[in-house]
Write a protein that binds this ligand. Sequence first.
Ligand SMILES: C[S@@+](CC[C@H](N)C(=O)[O-])C[C@H]1O[C@@H](n2cnc3c(N)ncnc32)[C@H](O)[C@@H]1O
Length: 281
Amino acid sequence: MIRPTDYEFLTQLLRQTSGLALGEGREYLVESRLVPVAARLGLPGIAELVARIRATLDRDLVRAVGEAMATHESSFFRDEAPFTLLRDRILPELVAARRPSRRLRIWCAAASSGQEPYSVSMILDEMQLAAAGWTLEILATDFSAPALDRARRGVYTDFEVQRGLSRSVLERCLVRDEGGWRIRDAIRRPVVFRELNLMEPFGVVGTFDLVLCRNVLIYFDIPTKRDVLGRLAGTIAADGYLVLGAAETALGLTERLERVPETTANIFRRSGAAAPRAAAS
Ligand SMILES: C[S@@+](CC[C@H](N)C(=O)[O-])C[C@H]1O[C@@H](n2cnc3c(N)ncnc32)[C@H](O)[C@@H]1O
């Protein structure tokens, strides 16, 4: 059994370092996720793991604890609705507005094992922008190094590709590989992977036409959601968009963002912003 003082310590540590708001009564979850972390270090249990963290404040150890507690679940075109909207409206509007620079910057801020950034890349591929000379960048970040390693490898099982990919998209965008299905180079090319913890300053990431931050804020408490959303708002172009997960919202959390009307998915833009205007050709 985990001791109440150890649970309290881990709750605070996780809130501060990874944003995860555990709340009360999740001892079983902490035990099931952290006993294997302790075992990997040759420690008998969670009490000894907590003692090691208290004594050393070792960054790698704190990170391993955050990673073990995080949920990395993802799938291609997850929830469908936001991707339909991206394909049918948001991306065509942005492309029309960016015609003079022929450049699009997109950020997937909790990319996990890569299905989300690759789904966006598959839509851009369908729009044939690279062939038309566009510069495309999809920055895919996550605080989990193992998740990013998987994403970089870009190899998925039969089960993973069956979740969300039609046969025609599968054959256009992935190729059969010994280990399963591998993302084709054309889909991988625009995607740049980088470790980034949303709890820390973003550093110099620049401005994005589109930011996806999906299914991560749901694990954070309200002050943390406010802080992250406020900082995300600062990275979006004046006519850009932020896509949140199906159970997430920015409403009531920041004045800097407003929901895009007439959309069924959780899509936001900077307050008072207008939709992208097609550039004169
Ligand atoms: C449930 S997955 C969501 C993946 C993808 N966005 C989707 O919707 O399918 C949540 C991801 O957020 C990452 N994550 C959790 N806390 C984070 C933080 N503080 N900074 C960056 N990434 C974080 C986890 O490592 C995990 O890969």
